[in-house]
Design a protein around this ligand. Structure first.
Ligand SMILES: *Cc1c(COP(=O)(O)O)cnc(C)c1O
Length: 376
């Protein structure tokens, strides 16, 4: 069997055609296609405004520049890619790692306990882990009661819908971000986007994406004013052309992922493999996570991982190593938080291959191989 990674992009001839066409246009960056892509994204997720940027990490950085002040404390999850909490550090604010709930998302009840204790907590950075949106009722309650800022890191969750609320709609948050890295639902090579419903936030983001520059009608025609310390977060028009082509296919991509999830759910029913959650109509499935209690299995997690890779050519991935236990974070004094659910989850979890091009045959092969090793 050919190598089966845990995730990969779906790029077809028509995607290549539109990107090639955009490369022949007079403007290849910050041209009209970027705006067209932003409008398509805003419409897709029911948000008023969208700013496309060069990657999801930059989306988080610019969002943090807008939402946070130096010294603010921010509740966030240890179960994410590094960029979520790094973006808090970029602006000299302090992440506080809160344990996760059973579904892999930050535990919002524990967030409330922290909010009651410390008025310096100004925001929650919540990640819709694996494509499963944050509980919107609780988010709304915390936002209103404690007057905090909310950022939803929806890098895993484009296309997810929670009781009619679309991911990225910012219905109960100030800002949401997406990533278009090739392993995510849709890709622009590298790329990201920020959505918001707040015009002032939108205008700040636009300016921060281009060095903090602003132009207004009362300036001389060649003038621009730098009003904040911004960055270069721009994305090219040929990437956005690819993005426009990909967003049209997104419903289909998600449908394929859900089909795979349902197949895995069915195959693992009443076995040693415990899905993180069973499909309930909400997740858009960036990841399919299963858990095994390795204390009760004849094989360790490392041996399962290695054997699948070496003997079966299947690439598992682990999402995630707890961020608070990363060496850099430990050097800042993190690592001893009370996060028993996360710690146990990390012992047990792994992500299975899931992407639109994963064939039926390959899905069966993944399932069969897992049982062969775990029952063997
Ligand atoms: C991928 C990802 C990011 C970062 O996005 P890039 O485009 O790779 O910079 C941030 N947060 C989460 C949860 C991600 O999965």
């Amino acid at each position: 069997m050919q190598h089966i990674p845990y995730g990969k992009q779906t790029i077809n001839q028509d995607d290549i055609q539109v990107a090639t066409k955009a490369l022949k246009a007079p403007l290849i960056t910050t041209g009209p296609v970027t705006k067209e892509f932003e409008d398509a994204l805003a419409e897709y997720c029911d948000a008023n405004y969208c700013v496309a940027v060069c990657n999801g990490t930059v989306a988080l950085h610019l969002a943090s520049l807008v939402l946070l002040n130096r010294g603010d404390k921010v509740l966030t999850t240890p179960n994410s890619f590094l960029a979520t909490s790094n973006s808090i550090l970029y602006v000299d604010a302090y992440p506080i790692f809160v344990d996760i709930a059973k579904d892999g998302n930050i535990d919002l009840d524990l967030c409330e306990t922290e909010l009651k204790k410390d008025p310096k907590i100004k925001a929650i950075y919540a990640v819709a882990f694996s494509g499963n949106m944050i509980n919107q009722e609780k988010l709304k309650y915390l936002k209103e009661k404690y007057k905090i800022k909310i950022l939803e890191d929806n890098a895993h969750a484009i296309g997810a819908v929670y009781n009619g609320i679309k991911s990225g709609s910012c219905t109960n948050s100030d800002i949401s971000i997406f990533s278009f890295h090739p392993v995510k639902h849709m890709t622009t090579g590298e790329g990201g986007a920020i959505t918001t419903n707040d015009k002032a936030i939108y205008e700040k983001l636009l300016s921060l994406r281009t060095h903090g520059m602003v132009k207004t009608s009362n300036m001389k025609p060649w003038e621009y004013h730098m009003t904040a310390l911004g960055y270069n977060g721009r994305i090219t028009d040929f990437q956005c052309a690819l993005g426009l082509s990909q967003i049209k296919k997104l419903p289909n991509f998600i449908k394929k992922r859900v089909e795979i999830a349902k197949k895995y759910d069915e195959a693992f029913k009443d076995t040693i493999l415990k899905p993180l959650y069973i499909f309930d109509g909400k997740s858009s499935y960036h990841l399919y996570v299963v858990k095994v209690d390795f204390t009760k299995s004849h094989i360790s997690k490392v041996d399962l991982y290695n054997k699948l890779r070496e003997k079966y050519n299947i690439g598992l991935q682990i999402h995630y190593m707890p961020i608070n236990k990363q060496p850099y974070y430990v050097s800042l004094g993190y690592g001893d938080e009370n996060t028993p659910v996360m710690d146990k989850y990390y012992e047990e979890c792994f992500s299975l291959p899931m992407y639109p091009l994963l064939s039926d045959e390959e899905q069966d092969y993944v399932i069969k191989s897992l049982f062969e090793i775990l029952n063997g």
